[in-house]
Write a protein that binds this ligand. Structure first.
Ligand code: MET
Ligand SMILES: [Zn+2]
Length: 781
């Protein structure tokens, strides 16, 4: 492969390289452990801060040693970078500010609540960070919020790095993004407040911060404004310009690199053109097609264009030769001035695991396809070196080319039978035999349920004993027979408990599952699992997403054994329990070579076979969980329809291979579904259960408004809390539902699975739930 090199007459200026942020957990989960020890009262603040500092310095060293020029500071966080910014700029609601706690504990109180020594504070709200699985803490704003520099974290972090010998580029969450992600505080006078209306009050404080950073020695500051990839940025165009003028004026020596990621700028590029910034970072992993426009916009300026060529969101090796061509094209378009091009990660590397060096179980072949944060740093450095002089990076480029070719060869031959099956999906494969009105009658007979039928969402307490048995089985300390015998006993106990509680549709309790996605990934062909590829979900909570590496298929039935055993123990209907295709995909690292649509349909076909097998085994109801369907929604509204089309089709593909008599349920939690109500209807499930106990009746109102046709079980108690609502409280909830929805369509169930509860808690909760349903049958039906 020939590398296009820029003209020999180009000035001898060199491009630079940067990473936008880095994972915080520590290679051996040091930070996670230190946080949990501190929260558990086992260590001191000093100890926690010491470990955090060690990790930061190790990170800087790593990035620098890998050959990356620009080291970011301020992206390390003890909980969340948005909360850090809220704290730094004093977006602290009164109840926390006046709690009497010290600064760090006030911070943690906002993050996770605080209940000690007479202080009782709830956590602030958490939301998903754009379309990632990372959650940030939602800033609360008030007309009376007094913006000021409340702490000097950005400066401290910069100086700490400087002292250790690194001249870093401090990173701040941008003021527009910070406010746009916020919400009005609890005070009634703020009810109508648009947080962005406070921008001109906040901007001078950012200016002050930049001036202080300049004083400390910062030449560049990276300001993250991912809000610029959303439709709504349009409405802030004028405010954006005014705010950045204020900031730039306050710190004229500072060069601002404004960073956007996760999508393309589109018309918001016009906003950026008006800003007094020295550089723009764009995500060319997610949105390579925006490069032309960006280069055209800055062809005749002096801006540095930061090319996000190495994915911060996925774990695949970068195709360096393709990336290099893009970078060379950019240099050419910017007048051959290489110093105007920076090679960077597409976003912060926060959303990737730390290093493949910690993976001891994956085959060398598979491992060679991957690149985690550390390996990505090396890729960035290689690209920058190659851009200066391709021959200087020849070995690294050749090795990369070999890996990429091996991966491509593998992809081509992955599984032709699966590809063909997906290509031949017919419209009739996406539809149940009869409409719900007909199925309803058949199922009535088949299931013989009372009005207000009661059920649960699937999991029962995952006790210490269950986890111990699983660990012993994984370590080969017990045989498969012993482990399975244990699971059978557990299922038997769960069935007996439900019979005693007098629930109507039973579940087997999911004791065999470590996790609702991992469990299926392990039984399907096409996934691999890591030992240490932890990715932050929120705070100290990390997940290890499975990786889709090849075409997905089901070598053998996955759940039939457990569900049919459970059904054999009872005359009541036993609900089979599957995780839906969209959720499995959204909670995994997807492949990059074929579309998510195709991957989702491959998974759907495997699940379709499972549903058919469950029916053959005598199971009369199957629940296909799709809690992650909402979070896959694209960032730009114009892309929603395309996503929802294949998401809905995938669900229908999974669930329409069975007869009309099969009761297909689905379940949704974690987010507000009112936005995608139409698609929920299109799933054509016979019953859906939704998280509801904390959401007032507005969600039900939405169901009523669209005339939801099927059965629905809005959760009557919060499964995240040990609290046991009284029978009367639950009757109140059922009554409120019955006012909005037809009585014969209502099911009674909790918000979600009970795996995090104790047996004592959930027995008390379910006792009241069943009693409430029984009473409603008499008084309401
Ligand atoms: C996050 S949704 C969880 C559904 C699953 N069936 C459970 O009960 O745990
Ligand atoms: Zn749930």
């Amino acid at each position: 492969m020939a590398y296009v090199s820029y003209p020999a007459s180009a000035p001898l200026s060199a491009s630079t390289s940067a990473v936008l942020g880095y994972p915080r957990i520590g290679p051996q989960r040091e930070v996670k452990k230190a946080l949990e020890a501190y929260w558990g009262g086992k260590t001191s603040q000093e100890e926690l801060l010491k470990i955090a500092k060690e990790q930061r310095l190790q990170t800087y060293k790593f990035i620098k040693d890998a050959g990356v020029d620009v080291v970011p500071t301020g992206t390390f966080s003890l909980y969340d970078h948005v909360l850090d910014a809220s704290n730094t700029f004093n977006l602290i609601p009164e109840q926390y500010a006046s709690s009497g706690l010290d600064a760090l504990d006030t911070y943690f109180a906002m993050a996770r609540g605080h209940q000690k020594n007479g202080v009782d504070l709830p956590a602030t709200e958490m939301q998903k960070w754009f379309d990632s699985n990372y959650h940030y803490l939602v800033p609360e704003l008030s007309e009376s919020t007094e913006f000021k520099i409340n702490n000097t974290k950005p400066i401290d972090d910069f100086l700490e790095a400087k002292e250790a010998g690194y001249t870093a580029r401090p990173v701040l969450v941008g003021p527009v993004t910070l406010l746009a992600l916020g919400k009005p505080g609890k005070d009634a006078k703020d009810a109508e407040l648009d947080p962005v209306s406070l921008l001109q009050k906040l901007a001078p404080v950012y200016g002050e911060m930049l001036a202080k950073l300049a004083e400390a020695g910062a030449e560049w500051v990276q300001i993250d404004e991912p809000v610029l990839v959303l439709d709504r940025a349009q409405q802030y165009a004028a405010e954006f310009k005014a705010a950045y003028e204020t900031i730039a004026k306050a710190a004229p020596s500072v060069k601002i690199m404004i960073a956007t990621y996760f999508n393309k700028l589109e018309s918001n590029l016009e906003i950026v053109k008006t800003l007094p910034v020295a550089g723009l970072h764009v995500d060319l992993d997610r949105a390579p097609e925006q490069l032309e426009d960006v280069l055209a916009a800055f062809a005749n300026t002096e801006h540095v264009v930061s090319l996000g060529l190495v994915s911060g969101r996925n774990i695949w090796k970068t195709d360096l030769s393709a990336a290099l061509e893009t970078a060379q094209k950019a240099v050419k378009a910017l007048g051959g001035n290489a110093s105007r091009v920076q090679i960077a990660s597409s976003s912060s590397l926060l959303h990737t695991p730390i290093t493949i060096a910690n993976e001891k179980k994956l085959s060398a072949e598979v491992l060679d396809w991957f690149s985690f944060a550390n390996e990505k740093c090396a890729e960035i450095a290689t690209l920058a070196a190659a851009l200066r002089d391709p021959s200087s990076a020849a070995d690294a480029l050749a090795a990369n080319e070999k890996s990429i070719k091996a991966r491509r060869d593998f992809e081509k031959n992955s599984d032709p039978a699966v590809r063909e099956r997906v290509a031949n999906i017919k419209p009739e494969d996406l539809a149940r035999k009869s409409p719900f009105s007909v199925r309803k009658e058949v199922q009535k007979e088949h299931l013989s349920l009372p009005v207000f039928p009661t059920t649960t969402i699937g999991s029962f307490p995952q006790t210490k004993e269950i986890r111990q048995y699983r660990a012993r089985f994984t370590k080969n300390d017990i045989t498969k027979e012993e482990y399975e015998k244990f699971l059978e006993d557990e299922i038997k106990m769960v069935v007996e408990k439900q019979e005693a509680l007098n629930l109507d549709v039973l579940v087997h309790g999911e004791p065999e599952r470590n996790d609702m996605v991992q469990y299926f990934g392990e039984l399907l062909d096409g996934f691999v699992f890591t030992q240490n590829a932890w990715v932050q979900s929120f705070g100290s909570r990390y997940v290890r997403p499975p990786v889709v590496v090849s075409d997905v298929s089901r070598p053998a039935p996955m759940t039939v054994r457990w569900s049919s055993y459970a059904q054999s123990l009872t005359k009541k209907p036993m609900k089979g329990m599957l995780t839906g295709p969209v959720t499995i995909l959204n909670w995994s690292f997807p492949r990059a070579d074929i579309s998510k649509e195709v991957q989702s349909k491959q998974i759907a076909l495997a699940l379709r076979d499972e549903v058919i097998d469950l029916e053959k085994a005598g199971v009369r109801a199957v629940q296909v969980d799709e809690p992650a369907i909402r979070e896959g929604l694209p960032l730009r509204q114009k892309d929603w329809a395309g996503y929802l089309r294949w998401a809905v089709d995938s669900f229908r593909l999974s669930t329409s291979g069975c007869s009309d008599a099969m009761n297909i349920a689905s379940h949704f939690c974690y987010s507000d579904f009112s936005l995608i109500m139409k698609s929920i209807i299109e799933l054509d499930a016979d019953m859906i259960s939704i998280e509801h106990s904390k959401s007032g009746e507005h969600l039900l109102g939405a169901f009523k408004k669209v005339g939801y046709p099927s059965h629905i079980g809005p959760g009557v108690f919060d499964i995240h809390s040990p609290r046991v609502p009284s029978k009367d409280e639950m009757i109140g909830r059922i009554k409120a539902m019955a006012e909005v929805l037809p009585k014969d369509s209502i099911w009674v169930n909790p918000d979600c699975g009970l795996k995090t509860r104790t047996w004592e808690e959930c027995t008390a909760q379910l006792t009241n739930m069943v009693a409430a349903a029984e009473e409603c049958r008499k008084s309401l039906a």
